[in-house]
Design a protein around this ligand. Structure first.
Ligand SMILES: [Zn+2]
Length: 212
């Protein structure tokens, strides 16, 4: 989640989805998929999103303060501990694990591909109810979060079919680390076809062999 604070104190919150990009430059030529252009004193910022998976939210100063207070810890926050993770998941016993992992009130900065990949690396089906996550699986989920985010951050985000680029227009390289999301064959066992289902209206991918 990117948070732009405008001169009047209002906020523009931007979720890149899978394919959104902010481009920053002295001048930017609008493209076919440029949805918003902001002119700052010395720079122009343009939001580009060919598949429109991103979201933009505009809030007054007061609204933004309230909204930001509701957001949970970011997945990369040093305070995001095993205890925090366990308590957050246990809060929703009847909900599917992946749906909870997408809840920004507890897992800020998560997204659909991230939640899919966490479930895969933790060996848990996305549809498993939170109350059925075993004690010894919580540390696996935490480890999976680090595995999913570390390469994506180190390589400048994840690229899907010409999607995410950093602000200078470079494409991220994180896509090579995906194990089930948009994959035909599971990249953990390297033999099982990945299953795709819809869960809470979101494309959900898992390996029937690796994920229980
Ligand atoms: Zn597998």
């Amino acid at each position: 989640m990117l948070d732009f604070i405008l001169d009047d104190g209002s906020h523009l919150l931007s979720h890149l989805g899978m394919t959104g990009t902010w481009l920053i430059g002295e001048t930017i030529k609008s493209g076919k998929h440029t949805h918003l252009t902001l002119k700052a004193k010395h720079h122009t910022l343009a939001y580009d999103d060919p598949r429109r998976f991103g979201h933009l939210y505009y809030y007054s100063k007061a609204e933004a303060e309230k909204k930001l207070a509701e957001l949970g810890l970011d997945l990369t926050d040093p305070d995001f501990t095993l205890e925090y993770l366990t308590q957050s998941i246990k809060r929703f016993p009847e909900r599917a694990l992946k749906v909870t992992l997408l809840d920004q009130k507890y897992f800020a900065g998560s997204g659909n591909y991230i939640a899919n990949e966490i479930c895969a690396r933790a060996g848990i089906r996305p549809t498993r109810k939170c109350r059925l996550v075993k004690k010894e699986e919580f540390p696996k989920i935490l480890k999976a979060i680090h595995e999913v985010l570390a390469p994506a951050l180190a390589s400048g985000g994840t690229t899907f079919q010409g999607g995410y680029r950093d602000s200078s227009g470079e494409k991220g390289l994180g896509v090579q680390h995906l194990v089930v999301f948009y994959q035909k064959t599971c990249q953990l066992c390297l033999k099982t076809p990945v299953k795709k289902i819809l869960l809470a209206q979101r494309g959900t991918y898992y390996c029937p062999l690796c994920q229980k």
